[in-house]
Design a protein around this ligand. Structure first.
Ligand code: SF4
Ligand code: SF4
Length: 81
């Protein structure tokens, strides 16, 4: 069995998810990738859309706030609310 430390393997389980229908990364947008202070987000070359590459989050929210199309959803854990 192999483990991939910190890299998200199940994208739907990551705290930050991106609505592919709304994401316009394939038109050149990289806002969420640029604003994340931890560099957790990336553009998936396969889909041309943004996704959470590293499952580690400060829940600081600029990725969601600054996304021009509202494609980013940050799922804040219950204990942090
Ligand atoms: S909430 Fe903050 S740390 Fe988490 S992905 Fe968005 S910008 Fe990065
Ligand atoms: S900011 Fe929004 S539209 Fe731009 S790459 Fe990120 S998710 Fe896609």
């Amino acid at each position: 069995m192999t483990f991939t430390f910190r890299e998200t393997t199940q994208r739907s389980a990551a705290p930050v998810t991106v609505d592919h229908d709304k994401c316009i990364a394939d038109k050149g947008c990289t806002v969420c990738v640029d604003v994340c202070p931890l560099d957790l987000l990336a553009i998936d070359p396969d889909t041309g859309k943004a996704y959470m590459k590293f499952d580690e989050c400060w829940y600081c929210m600029p990725c969601a706030k600054d996304c021009p199309t509202g494609a980013v959803r940050v799922e804040i854990p219950y204990l942090l609310r």
